[in-house]
Design a protein around this ligand. Structure first.
Ligand code: PMP
Length: 403
């Protein structure tokens, strides 16, 4: 008999370590979620600082009311793909809203952000093309490249000079397209891409630029379009990809472009064609959230006040984030065992942060990853800092050494 699970033997070691330390990151279950920033975990009321719910819109009364109405009027699911039987008026309306929000001619909705990257990259790149991606790219960018069959070249993280060198070395005699793919801010480290410089490089080499604004949409830029907008070069980006699973507070993915031929992806992009479309309630929640993002920047202003507060509070403890203040505050902890112990103690102290380690992070990088929300109260953020300080004291940790 084939032993299908034998390939995971090495993982057993990791599981044994978790058992010995008494932590179970994959076992975290939110038994109740009374608000965007709190859950009951293991029967304990816990402050959530690891949700990506940057604007707190998952609990926005307008989004909930819109979702409820759609649920009652249109049912629980579309039960089909956009191509076959799953396009509802709501899907089209969200696409129009996204195009307007980004001031682009075309927008395409996907079922998740993961699928948006898969769908865009696999459709726009093929075996004759070359895709250059930042080495720290999210798994779905890697997977999208793989699905495309293109030649994939990684360039050094956030290093336009390295990109320039690699583009300069390309043999372009085959005539294929060259695409560069980066993220607005990187999900684990929280650092920003130097989009202005990347745009100059891509222009010099006649390449196209795709920016995944998953963690920056709704957070950066005067209209909340992301880091490309904030950098003043939004229009130079050929295609923007995003997700509804973070600042929009629900689930879904999208891409926008000024090229009306983006529409053609509906006929060729397999991750668009061969999966069910988003359910009406999700679409309605996303529509309400997009309108909320479009309408004003009060939520963004609140988020940025919270970012500054948590950043300052943690820095005062000697915990310095890897990146400048932003919605993701990543704190480096040397050693896996130390990281797991710290994370488990924080959870027992009523604070949930993300545990980030390879392969989600670069090799050898272990992080306590916090994400800030506009919905956090000042008291909650202060409690988070107190918990960090108490946990460190309890573990005999020198916090300055942890960062
Ligand atoms: N792109 C990036 C940069 C991400 O961090 C993520 C999710 N963490 C995704 C895409 C996938 O988004 P979704 O959760 O909507 O599938």
């Amino acid at each position: 008999m084939a032993d299908l699970f034998a390939r995971f033997a090495a993982l057993e070691e990791g599981r044994a370590l978790l058992q010995r330390l008494g932590v179970n990151p994959l076992g975290v279950c939110m038994e109740e979620t009374p608000s965007a920033t709190e859950a009951v975990i293991d029967g304990r009321r816990t402050i959530l600082v690891g949700t990506n719910n940057y604007l707190g819109l998952s609990f926005d009364p307008g989004c909930i009311a819109a979702a409820r109405e759609a649920l009652e009027r249109q049912g629980t699911g579309s039960t089909g793909s956009r191509v076959a039987n799953g396009t509802y008026a709501g899907h089209r309306a969200v696409e129009r809203t996204l195009a307007r929000l980004y001031d682009r001619r075309a927008a395409l909705l996907f079922t998740t952000g993961y699928q948006a990257n898969l769908g865009v990259l696999s459709a726009l790149a093929g075996p004759k093309d070359t895709v250059l991606i930042d080495a720290d790219s999210h798994a779905c960018i890697y997977d999208g490249c793989r699905l495309s069959g293109a030649t994939v070249i990684r360039f050094r993280h956030n290093d336009p000079a390295d990109l320039d060198r690699r583009l300069g070395r390309l043999d372009r005699s085959g005539g294929g397209n060259v695409l560069v793919v980066v993220e607005g801010i990187y999900s684990m480290l929280g650092d920003r891409a130097p989009i202005g410089e990347l745009v100059e490089v891509k222009r010099r080499h006649g390449a196209a630029l795709i920016v995944d604004e998953a963690h920056s949409f709704g957070v950066f830029g005067p209209k909340g379009r992301g880091v490309a907008e904030e950098s003043g070069v939004g229009r130079e980006v050929d295609l923007i990809v995003g997700t509804f699973s973070k600042s929009v507070g629900t689930v879904g993915g999208f891409c926008v472009s000024d090229d009306p031929r983006l529409e053609l992806l509906r006929m060729v992009s397999r991750p668009y064609m061969f999966t069910a479309s988003l359910p009406p309630a999700v679409v309605a929640a996303a529509q309400a959230a997009l309108e909320r993002i479009e309408a004003g920047d009060d939520l963004r202003a609140r988020l940025w006040r919270n970012i500054e507060r948590l950043h300052r509070g943690l820095a005062a403890l000697g915990l310095r984030s890897i990146a400048p203040p932003g919605p993701v505050i990543a704190l480096r902890v040397e050693g896996l065992e130390r990281l797991l112990t710290f994370w488990g103690a924080l959870l027992r102290a009523g604070v949930y942060v993300n545990l980030a380690m390879p392969p989600a992070t670069p090799a050898g990088v272990h992080l306590l990853r916090c994400s800030v929300s506009a919905a956090h109260t000042e008291e909650q953020l202060d409690q988070v800092c107190t918990a960090f300080a108490e946990v460190a004291r309890g573990l005999g940790e020198d916090l300055a050494g942890a960062a």
